[in-house]
Design a protein around this ligand. Structure first.
Ligand code: ADP
Ligand code: MG
Length: 389
């Protein structure tokens, strides 16, 4: 689960990491109130979307007087950001972060993520942070230090000295920087994060370290432990279908093809997509309704697939393992009856009680094409989708 910059900053602050003051506004009225209440004369205004690279996409603006603070905020509230990180459909900023503009002497990068090759959490540090960090990582890898975090979850002092000297921190900055690293490690662990980064961490005019931007992604599988963090979820940053799928605990990814797929099991869903592709079609989505797919889930799966106007046929590929085919077939029938489905429905079913399951589908009165095997199902789906077009 991704979070917004302001939410990540609230968490950094809770762990004692210094961040500049910030205010959140989602309307002109709120902006005006903030300007008045805090007597703001200048500020940085930033879109709040679940993606980085906002600066380069025109989502970060420096306002040098109160009038500009209002104007730029109005411009950025409701702005759609489109970049590599948002994907082609972009993300809309429903609110802006207003923060004092800081005089920056130097920008650093500091982040923690999980390195699967090392099977470890790693600290990544760079003395050249800021909006070009991806380019620097690519072109000057020697400007990046990657340090696995020890199992006991705290760095030894020689690790910390190494980072401080790599960053070029001097005097009081060493203490400040080391404290920030230790707090970051603690925050990463306690929020069950998969990514927690500060970019840029800056040296201010006075020589202090300050986190000007923050990004936090939390491991979805750990959310059940964190009632407080769950509330940070913002469905507006996902496509409608993805948000609905998440609500029904369906694993759904929208794709660009014309054959809607409803499958129980992620591996089976991948194989289904491969076969559709192999026979000349394109899957419209990945959808795993889960091993024990309930009728509610199947119905929601249908609704999501049908809301995609590119879909010309639906291929249902069911393996009755955890649930038997009979139960799954009645789930499909009940779900389909409640909806108006005007496109071909192709079913491949295999597993426990398969004959009974197929019989139920045949007698349901629904227009369902029951196929003998997966290859036939994929071929039929491709062919029927083309004939609809
Ligand atoms: P993103 O990483 O999404 O582009 P940032 O919040 O990092 O967004 O902003 C981009 C750049 O804008 C930063 O690298 C920094 O140079 C500058 N910036 C951000 N916040 C401030 C601030 N409060 N004061 C001064 N400059 C800022
Ligand atoms: Mg940034």
């Amino acid at each position: 689960m991704n979070t917004h910059e302001f939410q990540a900053k609230q968490i950094l602050r809770k762990y004692g990491i210094p961040v500049p003051d910030f205010y959140i506004a989602s309307s002109s009225k709120e902006v005006e109130e903030i300007i008045k209440q805090y007597q703001l004369q200048s500020a940085i205004i930033k879109v709040q979307v679940h993606a980085g690279g906002r600066g380069k996409a025109g989502g970060v603006k420096l306002a040098t007087n109160p009038q500009e603070i209002l104007e730029f905020s109005q411009e950025l509230i409701g702005k759609k950001i489109i970049n590599e990180q948002t994907g082609p459909s972009g993300m809309i900023s429903h609110q802006v972060l207003i923060s004092p503009a800081i005089l920056i002497k130097k920008e650093f990068y500091l982040g923690i993520t999980i390195n699967r090759e090392l099977a470890s959490r790693v600290l990544i540090a760079s003395p050249i942070g800021g909006i070009n960090i991806e380019k620097i990582a690519h072109e000057q890898p020697n400007q990046l230090l990657m340090l696995p975090i020890p199992l006991e979850e705290t760095f030894r002092s020689y690790h910390l000295i190494r980072v401080a000297s790599f960053m070029g921190w001097k005097g009081k900055q060493i203490q400040e920087g080391v404290a920030i690293i230790q707090s970051l490690v603690k925050a990463f662990k306690e929020t069950d994060a998969s990514l927690l980064e500060i970019n840029p961490l800056v040296e201010t005019k006075e020589g202090h370290l300050l986190a000007l931007d923050a990004k936090l992604s939390i491991d979805d599988n750990a959310l059940f432990k964190h009632e407080d963090l769950k509330t940070l979820f913002d469905p507006s940053q996902m496509s409608n279908n993805e948000a609905r799928a998440q609500q029904f605990e369906l694993a759904y990814v929208a794709l660009e093809g014309e054959i809607g797929c409803m499958v129980n099991g992620a591996g089976l869903a991948m194989a289904t997509m491969d076969l559709i592709q192999y026979h000349g079609g394109r899957p419209a989505n990945f959808l795993d309704v889960g091993g024990g797919a309930s009728q509610d889930k199947v119905a929601e799966g249908f609704r999501i697939i049908l809301s995609d106007s590119n879909v010309k046929a639906i291929l249902i590929n069911i393996f009755g393992g955890i649930m038997n085919c009979e139960t799954l077939a009645s789930g499909i029938i009940e779900a389909a009856k409640g909806l108006e489905i005007h496109i071909p429905l192709i079913v491949r079913m295999e597993g426990t009680n398969v004959e009974k399951g197929k019989q139920l589908l045949q007698q349901s009165g629904l227009k369902i094409l029951i196929t003998e095997n997966l290859t036939e199902a994929a071929q039929q789906a491709v062919q029927l989708a083309q004939s609809v077009r």
